[in-house]
Design a binder for this molecule. Sequence first.
Ligand code: FES
Ligand code: FES
Length: 161
Amino acid sequence: MPDTRKVTVAVNGKSYSREVESRLTLVDFIRHELNLTGTHVGCEHGVCGACTVLLDGAAVRACLLLAVQANGKQIDTVEGLADGDKLNPLQEAFRDHHGLQCGFCTPGMLMTLTEFLREQPNPTEAEVREAISGNLCRCTGYQAIVAAALDAAKRLTKSGG
Ligand code: FES
Ligand code: FES
């Protein structure tokens, strides 16, 4: 008999409850139990950042957490960034600066930068590079992502947050 627990979370403002195996990772819970497949899985051991989500507002690697550790908490995933068809300022900046190619790293980049720009609304290029240093991108060479993040900071400041 597998050891199961009930997990209740709010994801992008919507409440979900599921009975899951205690050892299920948070990223597998998000993808396979909640069908929110925008969050990606790469290395599965905390190195690539593809699985980054916000847990009670803080960026975490969802491959390194168990679903049961998120019980009672709020999770934000990439699906919650846009308002319907309307991209948020960070997503618009990624689009305008070609901050993605294959897109595999993009959800993790966006969630990492969402937390970072909230904490540091007027960053330097060096601070942006430091912020995304734990998110691997195999396509862009990072320059376009950094440009997008710096532009997003300006757009967010203009729009009041
Ligand atoms: S899949 Fe979680 S850090 Fe790579
Ligand atoms: S856009 Fe392909 S890994 Fe970043």
